[in-house]
Design a protein around this ligand. Structure first.
Ligand SMILES: [Zn+2]
Length: 474
C-alpha cells in the first residue's frame, strides 16, 4: 500500500478533462506532493493507498477550483458606490477614488479575496497599483495568485471630454520598475503558486515604446501581459487621436498581438477586430457583470471563442460589478449571451463552467497546471455541497442536472471545501489560518472617513446617485 498525502472520495467528479465536463463517479482522487497522481475506483482506493488526510465527501460534487482572471480587489473599499450611472469613472468612482488611501485599498483587497474564496475561487487574477500587501495576503491564505501590477504613464487627474492624456515618462518608468521589482520578488513564490504578470493599464495609458519594452520583458521573463484592450470609446478616441487608427490595428502594427497578451474586455471591438485578436494567439478575459453594469454592453467573448481563442471569466471590481463571485459570472455570461443572440443554446451552463475552469486556465497561461482534475496537474479543487437547497434535487439520469444547478442556482455558500496545491484553504465556509472577522472589521473602519472626505466632490459632480440620495431613493 502506497502512502500519499491526500485521498478525496466523492460520489461525483467533474474533472473537465476532454471537450466536455469530464464526469467521473464513485472514484477516489489521489493527491501527493500537491499534485493529482491517480484516480481509482472507490472500492479499490483504500487497498491501494493510505493517506495522511482522508477526505470522504458523501453528498458532494468535486470540481476544479474556479479562476477569477481579472479583479481589482483594492476597489472593494468602494463597493456599491458607482453603479447605475453613465460615465461611471468620473461620475461614480472618482469622488471616492480620490480619497481612498493605500491602507483602505489593502483592507478592501483582503475582504474581496475572502469573498472570492468563499464562492469557490482558487486562482485570483488581481491587477492594481500596489500589489505587495496583496501578495503577502495571498501567500498567507494559500490561494493561487496570478498578479499584475498597473504600469501607467498617463497622469492621474480628471480629464475634460476630448482631452488627450498627458504622459509623465518618469511616472511611467517608476510604475514599470515597480512591476519588474514585484516580478523579481514574488514570481514563482511558494512552489509557483504566485505568478507575476506585466500590467500596462491600457494602450491609451502608456507610450508605444513602453508597450514594446514590456512585451520584451514579458517574453524574457516567460510571463504574460495582462492589459485592458479596446475597453471603450474613451480608449478608442485616445488611440485614434494620437495614432490615427483604432486600438486593435494600433496594437497589431506594434506587434503586441500574440500569445503573450491576455486582453481584457474588448468592449469596443468590432467583429473583425475581435477575430484578429483571437487569431493572433492572444487570449481574452470577459467580465460580464462588471461591463453590463458599467457600460450596458455584452463583450464579444462568444465571437472570440468562435474565432478559436480562449476566454477566461473575471469579476473586475466591486464599485461596478458589486461582487467577486465567479459563480455569478458563469450565470451572467450564459444569460447575457442568450439575450444578445436571442438563442438559449448559444452559451450552455457547461461552457460557462469551462470558462471558469479549464478554458480560463488556458487563457491565463496556466492550462498545463490547473483548470482540470487530471493526473499530473496541481490539486486545486472545490467540493460543492449537494444537500444545499439550491442544488436540490439531484438527477443523474436521463440527464445530470448538477452543472446547470451550479451555474444557474448556486450562490457560493454551497462551496464546502477548497483546496489549492493539495492544501485545504477553506473548510465549511471558513478560511483556514485567518479570522475573517478581523478583516471585515478592519474594512468597516473606512466608510465613515472616506465618505466624509468624498462628500463635497460627490455632490458637486452631482451624478445620478447623488440625485438619488437627495431624493431619498438610496
Ligand atoms: Zn479592469
Amino acid at each position: 500500500m502506497k502512502k500519499v498525502d491526500m485521498l478525496v472520495t466523492a460520489p461525483f467528479f467533474y474533472t473537465m478533462e476532454g471537450d466536455g465536463v469530464g464526469f467521473k463517479e464513485n472514484v477516489v482522487m489521489v493527491i501527493d506532493r500537491g499534485r493529482i497522481i491517480d484516480f481509482v475506483d472507490t472500492k479499490q482506493g483504500k487497498n491501494l493507498y493510505s493517506a495522511e488526510e482522508d477526505i470522504v465527501l458523501d453528498h458532494h460534487a468535486v470540481f476544479p477550483g474556479f479562476i477569477d482572471a481579472h479583479m481589482h480587489t483594492a476597489c472593494n473599499v468602494m463597493r456599491g458606490l458607482a453603479q447605475d450611472t453613465n460615465n461611471w469613472m468620473m461620475h461614480g468612482l472618482q469622488p471616492f477614488e480620490n480619497v481612498a488611501t493605500s491602507e483602505a485599498r489593502d483592507a478592501g483587497s483582503y475582504v474581496a479575496i475572502i469573498e472570492a474564496i468563499k464562492a469557490g475561487t482558487t486562482t485570483v487574477g488581481d491587477f492594481e497599483k500596489d500589489m505587495e500587501n496583496v501578495c503577502k495576503f495571498i501567500e498567507k491564505v494559500g490561494v493561487r495568485g496570478n498578479i499584475a501590477q498597473v504600469v501607467r504613464s498617463a497622469k492621474y487627474k480628471v480629464y475634460n471630454p476630448g482631452e488627450l492624456y498627458e504622459f509623465d515618462k518618469q511616472e511611467g518608468e517608476k510604475s514599470l520598475n515597480k512591476n519588474i521589482d514585484l516580478y523579481k520578488r514574488w514570481n514563482n513564490k511558494d512552489g509557483g503558486r504566485i505568478k507575476i504578470l506585466y500590467g500596462p493599464q491600457g494602450a491609451d495609458f502608456v507610450e508605444a515604446s513602453m508597450l514594446e519594452r514590456i512585451q520584451k520583458l514579458a517574453k524574457d521573463h516567460k510571463t504574460k501581459i495582462h492589459m485592458h484592450v479596446q475597453q471603450g470609446d474613451r480608449e478608442t478616441y485616445q488611440i485614434e487621436k494620437r495614432y490615427g487608427k483604432r486600438p486593435t490595428e494600433y496594437l497589431n502594427d506594434l506587434g503586441l498581438l500574440d500569445e503573450t497578451l491576455i486582453a481584457v474586455h474588448l468592449t469596443d471591438c468590432k467583429p473583425d477586430e475581435t477575430e484578429i485578436i483571437a487569431k493572433s494567439g492572444a487570449s481574452m478575459i470577459v467580465n460580464p457583470g462588471s461591463i453590463a453594469i458599467i457600460d450596458g454592453i455584452v463583450c464579444p467573448s462568444v465571437e472570440f471563442q468562435r474565432a478559436g481563442g480562449y476566454v477566461a471569466l473575471g469579476s473586475d471590481q466591486a464599485p461596478g460589478n458589486n461582487c467577486h463571485n465567479i459563480i455569478n459570472e458563469m450565470k451572467n455570461v450564459a444569460l447575457f449571451n442568450k439575450i444578445k443572440y436571442k438563442d438559449p443554446e448559444v452559451m450552455p451552463a457547461w461552457k460557462a463552467l469551462r470558462m471558469a475552469t479549464i478554458e480560463g486556465a488556458k487563457a491565463i497561461g496556466l492550462g498545463h497546471d490547473i483548470g482540470s482534475l487530471e493526473i499530473g496537474k496541481k490539486a486545486d479543487f472545490i467540493a460543492i455541497d449537494l444537500k444545499q437547497p439550491s442544488m436540490q434535487p439531484v438527477y443523474t439520469w436521463p440527464m445530470r442536472n448538477i452543472v446547470p444547478n451550479l451555474v444557474y442556482s448556486a450562490r457560493g455558500h454551497e462551496v464546502d471545501l477548497s483546496v489549492v496545491d493539495g492544501r485545504v484553504i477553506m473548510s465549511k465556509q471558513k478560511i483556514i489560518g485567518i479570522d475573517e472577522m478581523d478583516y471585515i472589521d478592519q474594512l468597516g473602519n473606512y466608510p465613515d472617513d472616506l465618505g466624509h472626505k468624498a462628500e463635497k466632490e460627490f455632490f458637486e459632480v452631482n451624478g445620478i446617485n447623488a440625485q438619488f440620495m437627495r431624493e431619498g431613493k438610496l
